[in-house]
Design a protein around this ligand. Structure first.
Ligand code: GDP
Ligand code: MG
Length: 792
């Protein structure tokens, strides 16, 4: 057997990254150390586990592997850390590790001691926690088919038998070792909030991996119910699970569940309440039996610190720094640490391996032993064959087709946004025009009429017309998220992302960023590496969000007649390019690239539900309307007032606005924006647009309404921009100026909401950096573009 210390593979073993596609091998060990190794172990790369090489990504790196029925993407450099050997019967002795369970007496507690009954949802990413949460509490939280959708805890309530219970949806996690932010979050939440029960959601189609987390929860000695979710998929796959036997072997209540349609929800809740009620009396709690040596060690150390639960005692033996910190301040802390070190050494010597591998192996051994008894796999499926739900990968991650398909999908998304959205947009536009005209005629002349027609309808109406486009964009993003394609996109572009110093997983926040930067910045929490998160957070604002869309749509429609879809897409591509260059720059300078390693899971494809897409679209639409009714309304009124006052008699509307407060502000910044081809009205628009980018359009709506003479009351903003002239008779806009303006809107100052998100995730320092950097880049890019274009 190998000594863990020597880092070279011996003759009989090879490294996983050299294995050809289609081959199935068995894991001997994972080399290296630290968080990445731990994660690989937890994901199932334990001694004896079978791994199948499925395919290379279109750009050769990363590689898709199947382990324990789940699909995982690893880079070659990462796979090179895993030592494997040919399949070998001797190696299949994992079940021998099954020692069953041990029982611990747990004193009774009063679940109502803190006046609330609290149940927390804990489970792997993407196992259906939020689906259950929504079903039970009636909430409409976001569900998506990739890991890491929920990044915060969400609380809701439900009633059962006249009792009110609080349900908490926690971020998904593979383990509770506190290596990643999610693990830390979940572990701390459980420790600090003392839930009355844990509802452990597992993916029934992927029990081996999912139950690993269950073994950790078991050690916490908190009442637990295991919900076997995705029961519909398990039944479809032809596998058979003997639930009763499984419950007995694990010593835990298990209930089948199909969260997305609600089958089994009642039974799950009932079982949870039973578990809580039972805990009022002294109960026997079930734990994994790790064998005599480790059980004796647990007892010896546990007796020295009776206030720690079994989970923490085991972690102290594992030399887990967080657990060891919990000892600080205890009288016998040094003694406990010393004993733990002695015990650890003894165990490592006995098993001839390092403690983390030993415990992980034993936990997996326990799970496999139980599954060997209770789970009968579909006899028609052989090892190495993928489960149903992955067949679309033949097309979508195909070596030749993957990249073209990705590009076509993105193009379709933008094209549909532009063309499909144009129809309802016209209706809304004429509706608003009609209302404006009607009010204009019905009301007597005066400030109030001007405020309503020019300020409110001109400003808010100018932005409101883009609601259909925004809904369509979010609809597409929701489809990508629900189907499972997001993770594929990350897999396909990982190689490219690697070039700019990031992981393919960053692609997901970027894609969400096309919708809105705020959830995109939140989504970076799924990146485990702080440097990667920071680079992604700081570059996400270059992804053109939907708030900027109104400005592009207006300008493209007004000043470009051919290839409108392509021109729009070019703006998005320039955003991506600037983000990439920025990421490279950061990686090379002050955010130096460290080895980014984390494991990404590729979930099975799932049919997006119309319900989910509609909920998503509706909630975004609602947010947009709320923004309309608050910040954009307020801004429109302020902009209008700044342009309306001070009043002077006998001026043309043009002169009036030029001499207003707004005009003075605009004139003051004119020298800064003039080299970009902008006039002062455009300067003011970008200034006010800092609050929210839609305001760029609403400001122009207000500024240019003032110019129209009475007969032209109903002309659209688009036409007004087309005909606007400077005092010298030249047109204010032409295609070059319009494009320069779009570039500036794309790149400058992220909105206040995005900055608030950056502040939350990264701190003030980075907010300041971002403001200066983005605005600087915007000015420079527009300057170079404009000055070059007018000379051509
Ligand atoms: P979370 O990450 O654990 O919160 O999981 P989500 O609730 O976001 O769900 C992940 C994906 O699984 C979504 O695409 C859901 O529609 C899907 N899903 C959830 N429950 C079930 C189920 O019981 N059966 C099937 N087939 N899919 C489900
Ligand atoms: Mg979730």
């Amino acid at each position: 057997m190998n000594k863990n210390q020597d880092n070279k593979p011996n003759n009989a073993t090879r490294l996983l990254d050299n294995e050809p596609v289609g081959k199935t091998v068995q894991v001997v060990r994972v080399m290296g150390d630290g968080a990445f190794r731990q994660r690989l172990l937890e994901m199932g790369f334990v001694r004896g586990a079978k791994v199948t090489v499925l395919k290379n990504a279109p750009l050769k790196d990363p590689v898709e592997y199947m382990i324990m029925g789940s699909h995982i993407s690893l880079r070659h450099s990462e796979a090179a850390q895993i030592e494997v050997t040919d399949q070998n019967a001797e190696f299949c002795d994992m079940e021998d590790a099954f020692n069953g369970i041990v029982e611990t007496e747990v004193a009774g507690v009063d679940p109502m001691a803190d006046n609330v009954l609290r149940v927390v949802l804990v489970g792997n990413p993407n196992c259906g926690k939020t689906s259950l949460f929504n079903n039970v509490t009636g909430a409409k939280e976001k569900v998506g088919n990739y890991g890491g959708v929920t990044v915060d805890s969400k609380e809701g309530w439900f009633s059962i038998d006249g009792r009110k219970v609080q349900l908490v949806d926690l971020p998904g996690t593979y383990s509770l070792t506190e290596y990643s932010p999610e693990e830390m979050y979940v572990r701390t939440y459980i420790r600090d909030n003392h839930p009355d029960a844990i509802l452990n959601i597992v993916d029934a189609g992927n029990l081996e991996r999912n139950l690993y987390l269950t073994t950790q929860i078991m050690d916490m000695n908190i009442p637990m119910v295991v919900a076997l979710n995705m029961w519909d998929e398990l039944e479809k796959s032809g596998d058979k699970l003997d639930i009763e036997m499984m419950s007995r072997l694990l010593g835990a209540r298990m209930v089948p569940l199909t969260a997305y349609n609600g089958h089994g929800v009642k039974d799950v809740l009932k079982a949870t309440m039973e578990a809580i009620d039972e805990s009022e009396q002294e109960t026997l709690h079930h734990n994994v039996n790790y064998g005599t040596l480790i059980e004796d060690s647990l007892k010896e150390l546990g007796d020295m610190c009776p206030e720690l639960d079994r989970y923490t005692v085991l972690k102290v033996i594992e030399n887990d720094q967080h657990a060891i910190h919990l000892l600080d301040g205890k009288d016998n802390a040094d003694e406990v640490k010393k004993t733990a070190a002695d015990l650890r050494q003894r165990i490592e010597r006995d098993y001839n391996d390092d403690i983390v591998s030993i415990i992980t192996d034993l936990k997996y051994g326990f799970v496999r032993g139980a599954l060997a008894e209770a789970l009968t796999p579909n006899p028609e499926r052989s090892t190495g064959e993928t489960k149903p739900g992955y067949s679309m990968d033949r097309l979508l991650t195909n070596r030749w087709l993957a990249l073209p398909i990705l590009l076509v999908l993105m193009w379709l998304m933008f094209e549909a946004t532009f063309t499909l959205g144009a129809y309802p947009q016209e209706w809304i536009e004429s509706g608003i025009g009609w209302i404006g005209e009607w009010i204009g005629k019905a009301m007597p002349d005066g400030i109030l009429r001007d405020l309503i027609v020019d300020g409110i309808i001109g400003g808010v109406g100018g932005v409101l017309v883009f609601l259909p486009q925004i809904l369509i964009l979010f609809f597409f993003i929701s489809l990508l998220e629900d189907s499972g394609y997001m993770a594929r996109a990350a897999f396909i572009v990982d190689r490219v992302m690697h070039r700019v110093g990031l992981h393919g997983k960053s692609f997901i926040p970027y894609l969400i960023g096309f919708g809105c930067g705020v959830p995109a910045i939140m989504a970076t929490r799924t990146l485990e590496n702080r440097r990667d998160r920071l680079v992604t957070i700081l570059t996400v604002p270059f992804m053109s969000c939907s708030a900027r869309l109104p400005a592009y749509l207006l300008l493209v429609a007004a000043f470009f007649t051919a290839n409108q879809g392509l021109i729009l897409m070019s703006i998005y591509l320039i955003g991506i390019l600037v983000a990439a260059l920025t990421a490279i720059l950061m990686s090379k300078t002050f955010l130096k690239h460290d080895k980014t390693q984390f494991v990404m899971e590729l979930p099975p494809y799932r049919k997006p539900t119309a319900r989910n897409a509609t909920i998503h679209m509706w909630s975004k639409g609602k947010q947009y309307l709320q923004k309309m009714a608050t910040i954009i309304l307020a801004a429109s009124i302020i902009v209008w007032a700044l342009g309306y006052f001070p009043r002077h008699d006998g001026q043309t509307p043009q002169e009036q606005i030029e001499n207003s407060y707004m005009g003075k502000m605009g004139k003051a910044i004119e020298p800064i924006v003039e080299p970009l081809g902008f006039n002062w009205q455009m300067g003011v628009s970008v200034l006010t647009g800092a609050a929210a980018k839609e305001i760029v359009v609403s400001t122009m709506g207000v500024l240019y309404t003032g110019e129209a003479d009475a007969t032209e009351e109903s002309t659209s903003l688009k036409e007004k921009l087309q005909t606007a002239t400077k005092p010298n008779g030249e047109h204010v806009f032409n295609p070059i100026i319009a494009y320069s303006f779009m570039l500036f809107i794309l790149l400058y100052f992220p909105c206040i909401a995005a900055l608030a998100a950056i502040k939350r995730e990264a701190g003030w320092k980075w907010v300041a950096f971002e403001v200066v950097y983005t605005t600087g880049v915007a000015w420079l890019v527009s300057f170079i573009f404009y000055q070059t274009a007018i000379r051509l």
